[in-house]
Design a protein around this ligand. Structure first.
Ligand SMILES: Cc1ncc(COP(=O)(O)O)c(C=O)c1O
Length: 448
């Protein structure tokens, strides 16, 4: 942390001296003061938020890490992107306090029009902005309940859609998130199409879409009065699973057959990460609803629920005080334009193919690497006891993540029970990719 920052903290009444700058010191204070963290403090250090650039992160002891999480898919353009910082300074100068959704403002309207333009389909749409991904999911859900007058929904296992209210009701990726909390929605839950662990024991060649038939059966026996089917186009948090497009299309068709809406939760996979603005485009499906979050805000809290127009039966059916206030809207417009001008969608596809190729080399080399899957810059590596049994090895996965972070100095995250995920910033270079794969290779060798 540089002097400029310690000076700011001093002005705020805090004295930070050099002896305090250890991970252990700040993790201890954090553990006492912060009610929650989603990650294990035994693995990760305390980040120094004042330094870093691109895909480089630093902890408070000055240790440098190669970041392959992209700030959990938030920092599309990397850390401390210079053009973003310059743009931010300029808008700070012009934007004065103004709330988001309660009154009209030009940036918010322009952003809504822009966002509708990057979501699939030419049908008439509308947008409700939010301050998080979970709320973007809930905005879509509330709209679908409102418009359909139906109360039940279809969701998958595993699935992650957020940790509050209706979003939590859809989530099923880790019992820690859910157990003990009442279910806010009536959910019909079916298995997510997961070819590597197909519950019907079929393989791609002889698959007759049993997962779609499972949904048909569920609707027959549980009732088909559903408002909406909510699906991640790539299951992220639940294990980085890429569903086969024909299964997504089958689920979409069946949803439409019973007169319900289909929603693609693009909070993690969207905003160009997979080489398309929305990851559902990879499956050839045009959803009625899209939820966006994470990268859309250029690093600030922002989300969007996009749905058929009119999205609600009347005014004030839904709102959030701070959503898409002008500064955030302008930043978001800047992010979209920069991704377009910089041809990041094409780059993500090409860099993703390269990362996939390099990771496949690891699968060939290591008996414990069971599966590599992904689209664009959203890739998962699944760890097993051995390739034949495919038995999940969560302990090994945890050791690999710990070694990757603490020894190889690569900031990385798990997903599901035995998977690690790559969701790097879009500015990642081929050299960074080679470096990341080498570090992972060493972490696997050290952990088996
Ligand atoms: C697919 C998906 N939906 C929703 C969410 C929730 O987003 P937030 O944490 O911003 O509420 C996440 C977060 O990881 C996500 O991956």
């Amino acid at each position: 942390m540089d002097d400029k920052h310690t000076q700011i903290l001093k002005e705020l009444g805090f004295t930070i001296d050099k002896s305090m700058m250890t991970n252990e010191y700040w993790k201890k204070r954090a553990a006492e003061a912060l009610a929650l963290t989603t990650q294990d403090r035994d693995v990760y250090g305390c980040l120094d938020h004042t330094v870093g650039e691109g895909v480089q992160l630093f902890d408070v002891e000055g240790t440098e890490y190669l970041d392959v999480t992209g700030g959990v898919a938030v920092r599309a353009l990397g850390l401390r992107n210079k053009s973003l910082l310059e743009f931010e300074e300029r808008i700070l100068d012009v934007v004065h306090e103004l709330p988001g959704m309660d009154f009209d403002a030009i940036p918010q309207t322009l952003l809504a029009e822009r966002v509708m333009g990057i979501t699939p389909g030419n049908h008439k749409k509308q947008v409700a902005f939010t301050t998080s991904g979970g709320r973007a999911v809930e905005g879509c859900l509330k709209s679908a309940l409102d418009l359909s007058n139906k109360r039940r929904v279809v969701a998958f296992r595993p699935a992650f859609h957020g940790r509050t209210g209706y979003a939590l009701a859809l989530t099923a990726s880790n019992s820690r998130h859910k157990s003990g909390f009442p279910q806010g929605l009536d959910v019909i839950r079916v298995p997510y199409p997961y070819c590597y662990r197909c519950p019907y024991n079929t393989n791609a060649e002889d698959c007759s879409l049993e997962c779609v038939e499972e949904l048909r059966y569920a609707l027959q026996v549980e009732g088909n009065d559903i408002a909406i089917t909510v699906m991640e186009p790539i299951c992220g948090e639940g294990g980085l699973i890429v569903p086969p497009s024909k299964a997504v299309q089958g689920i979409y068709d069946l949803t439409r057959e019973v007169g319900a809406y289909f929603m693609s939760d693009e909070v993690q996979a969207g905003m160009g990460r997979t080489g398309k603005w929305c990851a559902i485009e990879n499956h050839g499906v045009v959803p009625d609803y899209v939820s966006m979050g994470k990268a859309i805000g250029g690093g600030y809290p922002m989300g969007a629920s996009i749905g058929p127009s009119p999205m609600f039966s009347g005014i004030a059916r839904h709102s959030e005080t701070f959503s898409a206030e002008p500064k955030m809207s302008l930043l978001s417009l800047w992010v979209i334009k920069t991704l377009e001008d910089g041809e990041y969608l094409r780059k993500n596809r090409e860099n993703g193919e390269y990362l996939m190729k390099r990771l496949n080399e690891l699968r060939d080399r290591h008996e414990v690497v069971g599966d590599i899957r992904g689209i664009g810059l959203m890739i998962g590596v699944e760890f097993v006891k051995d390739k034949k049994s495919k038995e999940k090895d969560p302990k090994l996965r945890n050791s690999i993540v710990k070694n990757a972070v603490q020894v190889q100095k690569m900031w990385m995250l798990g997903a599901g029970q035995n998977v690690i995920r790559f969701t790097p910033s879009y500015i990642i270079s081929r050299d960074n990719i080679d470096d990341a794969v080498d570090r992972l290779d060493r972490a696997i060798k050290a952990s088996v």
